[in-house]
Write a protein that binds this ligand. Structure first.
Ligand code: SAM
Length: 226
């Protein structure tokens, strides 16, 4: 794993196996904030004091999770964050990102780092990242995960791109994300490929393109009908 400093000054990393970076090189924090926290409606819900359940596909470096937890703390609103990751980052690699130096997410870094100390496959670890956020981290292949019905208000679909990580973008996988959302729930993703939009549409989602962050014209929001 090679650490990269993105254009907004926040760190991300290059994954040699997938030959892709975990976040946008134009700004890791700014991409995560817009594409996931804001577009999914998480920021608005937490600001209004609405307890929220998020499911994330691809825990990666934990950046979406840390920013979401920090937002829950700032808004003093409960967040239950469930994330699925096939290949959990090692504690040593994660420490190299130095996210603890990012003031906004610094308080959540120590509990997250402790969670990475004993990685095991096909395992589930639960921990409070702050007084408002409980993280449940499943170290397993998302394609084998049994998604509970109507269990989440928001899904962050944050796999690597369909070219290198196709199993998480196939219609058969995407259609399983629809029933795990409550009616009116929102799936947010950076990927706007036609095949992905069509698969989400066929799964029943109401799909909408939104303006993207720096370096990306558009991103997607897909809503389960009320
Ligand atoms: C783009 S990164 C996620 C970045 C992350 N959301 C963050 O905020 O740092 C995609 C992640 O999906 C994981 N992944 C890829 N295929 C997977 C699978 N079949 N099941 C679970 N995780 C998978 C990769 O290991 C990688 O960590």
């Amino acid at each position: 794993m090679k650490v990269i400093v993105s254009d907004d000054g926040s760190a991300t990393a290059w994954h040699e196996g997938y030959a892709e970076s975990y976040h946008s090189r134009f700004g890791a924090v700014s991409e995560s904030q817009l594409v996931y926290l804001d577009n999914s409606g998480l920021t608005a819900r937490l600001t209004r004091g609405m307890p929220t359940r998020v499911l994330e596909i691809g825990f990666g470096l934990g950046l979406n999770c840390l920013l979401s937890a920090a937002s829950a703390r700032q808004c003093q609103t409960l967040l239950r964050y469930t994330s699925i990751e096939k290949a959990l980052i090692t504690q040593r690699d994660w420490a190299a990102l130095n996210y603890a130096a990012v003031t906004q997410i610094a308080p959540e870094c120590a509990p997250l780092q402790a969670m990475l100390s004993n990685p095991r496959e096909n395992h589930c670890v639960m921990r409070d990242l702050n007084a408002f956020t409980q993280l449940t981290l499943h170290t397993t292949d998302a394609t084998a995960f049994e998604f509970p019905d109507k269990a989440f208000d928001i899904v962050y679909q944050d796999a690597f791109s369909p070219s290198v990580n196709p199993e998480l973008w196939r219609p058969a996988f995407l259609e399983r994300l629809y029933p795990t959302l409550v009616p009116g729930g929102v799936l947010a993703t950076y990927c706007v490929r036609g095949a992905v939009r069509r698969a989400l549409d066929s799964a029943g989602f109401i799909v909408e393109k939104r303006p993207g962050p720096a370096g990306k014209r558009e991103v997607l929001v897909a809503r389960r009908a009320e």
